[in-house]
Ligand binder design. Structure first.
Ligand code: IFG
Length: 538
């Protein structure tokens, strides 16, 4: 669970080696904050997402030393993994070795960090936790391992930000302490997600794992991968090899593109699972399909394959919905990807179809819905699928600010909210933002945060809302650094909208909490946008 850190460590090592020994002169001891400097707010009051309930504890902080054991409930392999995740996070900063992780045989010893599962604690739900910190012990209790993982992510934010950077070797006088506290916390929505478009520009396995690290730091639990579009097919399908051999070899601007082998995709899925994040694969259809149509002539009604495309127009491509081969193709694609995806969802896209009549479109989506169900998955589609005869298990993803899924909700459908004028992370922050689009809105940090799912759409009550998801389309994003620039800080706000109680959310307090996260992002090397709307503390 640490390969990003190992990479950072190697890079740091290489950098030191190339700069030469001179740069390794002993770093000046970190001066304590000058008297009168901006008072450091306790990390208890900078947590994102805001927990349901936080209270300062009595007594001093809990000291973490190289002897601090991490103990976990016995017989639970997931808890041992989470313990090792925490031990790796604290890492060598606590001393030359990693903190020991062991299963409990009796009660937790004094001076330990205890990660416990208590399935009788039903009030915590599937992802809730209680975190108690006293000078003698840190205790995290969840009803499930997921809850314990989220408690550890909160504990992580109570630890000094510089811990996040592998190469840091704090001077001895920099103690690692956790403020005394009691926190009871659980999420408001089950679906707290982001979407990454790896088709317009390809982002590789390590980029996606990096994004998973950052999303799960903020307790997000879904990553929707937009795996195919007009500009590139990005996942190997063994029964239709030209999709990647040919259809994966370009991208917007004419770059080399790329694709995930099935092993690479499985690597991403496992990495997400270790962090309690579910991967949601999307193969957009019947539109946004030029890469497939260019790869296999038979998928075109006239039997002629169009050229590969590296522009950014939409709506010009469509599968030939009258041919049986189209449904054999779709069945093979859904079968192979579903077989690699433990999560229950398969996203079929369905957006921006300009070349089919409404009845033809509905007939196609209904037929594809049956194919998805035959492979044991729940269908998700963009909100154009709302008028279609949907199964009760199918999910509508709202994105167009001027449309509403109310009709589908009236028939029992559940909704994921991705309003393009609030959470499309590919929108520019403002007119001067160097990358990004602006068709939906300019979305500043406050605009992306100050809205509530329960009141966004008339006739779409909170009971119909699974949660929120922030798409990042990659027409103007060529690297992970570009992605981070548009995603941070706004995606942290979406994570809070998905997790925190509505009454705990208010912009003027949130911006103060957000200000403290610059230190952690700098330690993690996140290329975030220093919005002037936030009083950044570093
Ligand atoms: N809309 C298209 C995307 C992408 C986006 C860029 C959806 C569902 C505009 N469809 O959003 O493919 O081009 O902001």
């Amino acid at each position: 669970m640490r390969n990003m850190k190992q990479i950072a460590w190697v890079v740091a090592g290489v950098v030191v080696a190339t700069i030469g020994v001179g740069a390794c002169a002993k770093r000046p001891a970190r001066a304590a904050p000058a008297p009168g400097s901006r008072t450091l707010v306790s990390p208890l009051f900078t947590l994102i997402p805001a927990p349901s309930r936080v209270a300062e504890g009595k007594g001093g902080p809990f000291p973490v030393t190289s002897k601090t054991p991490i103990v976990v409930s016995p017989g639970n392999a997931r808890l041992l993994e989470i313990g090792r995740f925490l031990s790796d996070l604290i890492g060598p900063a606590a001393g030359p070795d990693r903190l020991r992780v062991e299963a409990l045989t009796g009660s937790a010893p004094a001076g330990s960090i205890a990660l416990l599962v208590n399935d009788a604690n039903t009030a915590l739900g599937d992802e809730g936790y209680e975190l108690a910190v006293t000078p003698e012990a840190v205790t995290i209790v969840g009803r499930t391992a997921a809850g314990v993982f989220y408690g550890v992510q909160t504990l992580r934010q109570l630890l000094p930000p510089w811990l996040e950077y592998e190469a840091v070797r704090p001077d001895a006088d920099w103690p690692i302490t956790v403020p005394a506290a009691t926190i009871t916390d659980q999420p408001r929505f089950a679906w707290r997600g982001a979407m990454l478009d790896v088709s317009r520009h390809f982002l590789n396995v390590d980029d996606v794992k990096r994004y998973i690290d950052l999303l799960t730091l903020y307790k997000m639990n879904r990553l929707h991968l937009h795996l195919a579009d007009d500009q590139g097919w990005r996942i190997e399908i063994k029964s239709w090899p030209r999709l990647t051999e040919y259809g994966g070899r370009t991208e917007v601007g004419g770059g080399p593109g790329g694709f995930f082998t099935q092993d690479g995709y499985t690597n991403i899925v496992k990495y997400g699972q270790e962090r309690f994040l579910t991967i949601v694969p999307e193969i957009d259809m019947p539109g946004h399909t030029n890469a497939a149509l260019a790869s296999y002539a038979e998928l075109n009604c006239d039997g002629v394959a169009p050229p590969l495309y590296s522009g950014i127009e939409v709506g010009f491509s469509v599968f030939c919905v009258d041919k049986d081969v189209t449904y054999r193709f779709i069945d093979d694609v859904v079968r192979e990807i579903s077989g690699l995806t433990p999560g229950p969802y398969f996203h079929v896209g369905g957006d921006e179809v300009k070349k089919l009549t409404a009845p033809k479109y509905a007939q196609f989506i209904e037929r594809v819905q049956g194919i998805v169900r035959s492979h044991g998955k729940q269908m998700i589609g963009w909100d154009e699928i709302s008028p279609v005869n949907l199964l009760p298990t199918s999910i509508v993803q709202h994105w167009r600010p001027d449309s509403t899924p109310a009709a589908a909700v009236a028939k029992g459908a559940k909704v994921i909210l991705s309003p393009a004028n609030k959470v499309y992370l590919d929108m520019k922050y403002h007119r001067g933002t160097p990358i990004g689009l602006n068709w939906a809105a300019y979305i500043g940090v406050e605009a992306g945060y100050s809205w509530d799912p329960a009141t966004l759409l008339k006739d779409v009550p909170e009971t119909a809302i699974l949660g929120v998801e922030a798409p990042l389309w990659s027409e103007t994003i060529a690297t992970m650094a570009d992605a981070e620039y548009l995603a941070f800080p706004r995606v942290a706000g979406v994570a809070e909208i998905g997790w925190s109680p509505a009454e705990r959310r208010e912009w003027s307090a949130y911006r103060e909490r957000l200000a403290a996260h610059a230190a952690r992002w700098s330690a993690l090397g996140v290329n975030f946008y220093r919005s002037p709307d936030v009083p950044w503390r570093h």
